[in-house]
Design a protein around this ligand. Structure first.
Ligand SMILES: [Zn+2]
Length: 126
């Protein structure tokens, strides 16, 4: 179970020369935390530490991850904000926030939530 595939992560420190660049090999797992054993990543380039969830819509939300996934799945299916909120049972403001975040992080989302990928939008995304 210990597959530390960090290729989809990149340094979150905006001052780092490797910021936003994936697959550099600059990241290592320095710790695990929380009930879900989230990984704490360490960037060898700038020596920053950050959560693997940082920079994704799943980070820093008070919703359980399952709810977040559900919301995003509905959005991806073309459900409106109101309808999504009603179906999933979350505030529509939360839906808006998540969908905005999701838009900014479409790539990471695609990687993370392949399960809800509604359709093939052409070519594998890496
Ligand atoms: Zn860095």
């Amino acid at each position: 179970m210990d597959t530390d595939d960090l290729s989809r992560f990149c340094c979150q420190n905006t001052d780092c020369p490797d910021h936003g660049i994936r697959g550099r090999g600059n990241l290592t797992v320095c710790a695990r935390y929380g009930p879900h054993q989230r990984r704490l990543l360490y960037c060898k380039t700038c020596k920053a530490r950050f959560s693997e969830r940082k920079g994704t819509p799943l980070f820093d939300t008070r919703l359980p991850e399952a709810k977040v996934v559900e919301v995003l799945a509905h959005i991806a299916e073309g459900c409106g904000v109101r309808k999504t909120g009603r179906l999933v049972g979350v505030n529509k403001d939360t839906v808006v926030r998540l969908s905005l975040l999701a838009g900014q992080h479409a790539q990471q989302l695609h990687d993370k939530l392949v399960a809800f990928s509604p359709e093939d939008t052409g070519g594998p995304v890496r």
